[in-house]
Design a binder for this molecule. Structure first.
Ligand code: NIG
Ligand code: FE
Length: 421
């Protein structure tokens, strides 16, 4: 079969192994790295990859051939945990943060997430759409082709629905593919202060069934944290969500370890997020239950903490991990997954291969898109990130600089030399 598009002579092509499950522990050390590599694309899908001169049978009269000396290619990067849609921003809290006021204290004072809730409730659909589109543009320019996006700055049906509608509209309109998560349990809304169980009942009885009915989200998530929702409350919400057919995520062990990880393991959550304070026991439970650890080192950086999630311990225990931005206006205002990947090396001592596996194949499993993306296996969508780098170590070593040269989405050139096509 001949290719529509043949990208040849990459210095290296990074090919993660899709073993039919996320890469666990030592499996994350392995990948195929094709020297002088090529990628053949047909009908927007991967037809073949290989080294050296492509087989003549791939080349027909209409095959477009492009050469990439001095560049590397990876499967399109996947940002599997973001709070993409929100009103306003939080630089007005930056001085407090720099003065050392803790994140949870700012929240307890009615700021933090609750400040973004006020701004989001006031924002129109158009305003939220435009702001989120801009963030997605930044992400695409950094080589990201799939993004998970959560609601959670409405905390009332009308605003939560507006956020999910923005995700749906952008999934249709933007080159980036979106995966939607319902997270009305991101904080206790001011009108329910001191009545968190009642708020959770409202979510379970009124919101979740509508999200399901209107097919607005695939995952359900909750912030299990001291002063926000307890482990028992998280268990209550997520078990109901599971009964209704949602896949599960949980923000756990971010600032304090209060049992969210046990809930993730018990209920078979797809992933547990953050895990900065994960304990040995929690790590063992997640490894056994095959809960993916979505790690967010730029949040640790932005919270100015030194407690990076113990990624190496997790791999030793046999866990699968990903790296992701957490892009949000408070604990992590960034859209740069490459920086997060570099923090994975610098602050967590992951290797470049482990990091690249984390943001491709493992992130694909984390957003339940493993059948379509995350590797260069034949038949997968031709999402390709091309970096201005001599080898796969280089973009992890040369930090805080956007090295994206081009991005292909489903075989179509969407970023060229720093610009959206
Ligand atoms: O993942 N931890 C809870 N939620 C977000 C922060 C959201 C915010 O600060 O606006 C997080 O860090
Ligand atoms: Fe988050």
């Amino acid at each position: 079969m001949t290719a529509d598009l043949l990208l040849t002579h990459f210095n290296q092509v990074f090919c993660p192994n899709d073993l039919g499950h996320p890469l666990f522990g030592a499996e994350m050390k392995e990948a195929r790295v094709l020297e002088d590599g090529y990628i053949a694309v047909k009908d927007g899908k991967i037809l073949a990859v290989g080294s050296g001169e492509p087989d003549a049978s791939l080349i027909g009269p209409d095959t477009k051939i492009q050469s990439y000396e001095g560049k590397i290619a990876t499967p399109g990067l996947i940002d599997c945990h973001t709070h993409l849609v929100y009103g306003g921003s939080r630089e007005h809290e930056f001085a407090k943060k720099l003065a050392g006021v803790p994140y949870l204290e700012i929240l307890a004072q009615g700021g933090g997430i609750l400040s973004t809730v006020r701004a989001t409730r006031e924002a129109s659909f158009e305003n939220l759409y435009d702001k989120s589109k801009k963030l997605l543009d930044y992400m695409l320019l950094h080589g990201v082709t799939t993004v998970e996006a959560k609601s959670g700055y409405g905390l009332d049906w009308e605003t939560e629905k507006r956020q999910l509608d923005v995700v749906g509209a952008l999934d249709r309109d933007h080159e980036i593919d979106l995966v939607s998560t319902f997270m009305a349990a991101h904080a206790v809304p001011p009108e329910y202060k001191g009545r968190s169980q009642e708020y959770l009942e409202l979510i379970v009885e009124e919101m979740l069934p509508r999200v399901k009915e209107e097919n607005l989200a695939e995952f359900c998530d909750i912030f299990c944290e001291k002063g926000v929702f307890t482990a028992d409350e998280s268990r209550y919400l997520l078990s109901k969500a599971k009964e209704m057919g949602f896949k599960l995520r949980i923000h756990a062990d971010e600032i304090e370890s209060i049992g969210g990880v046990d809930v993730a393991a018990e209920l078979g959550a797809t992933s547990a997020e953050h895990l900065m304070m994960a304990t040995d026991d929690g790590i063992r439970k997640m490894a056994e239950a095959k809960v993916i650890g979505n790690l967010l080192p730029a949040t640790t950086f932005s919270l100015m903490e030194d407690t990076y999630a113990p990624a190496r311990k997790m791999l030793e225990a046999g866990m699968a991990i990903t790296l992701t931005t957490d892009s949000n206006p408070g604990s992590c205002p960034t859209a740069n997954l490459q920086f997060v990947m570099q923090l994975g090396c610098f602050m967590m001592r992951l290797t470049p291969v482990e990091v690249l596996n984390a943001v491709t194949i493992n992130a694909a499993y984390s957003v339940n898109r493993q059948d379509r993306i995350g590797s260069f296996d034949t038949g997968k969508q031709a999402d390709i990130t091309i970096l201005d780098a001599k080898n796969i170590d280089y973009p992890l070593y040369f930090f805080a600089t956007n090295l994206t040269h081009q991005v292909y989405k489903a075989g179509k050139l969407v970023v060229d030399q720093g610009r959206i096509v």
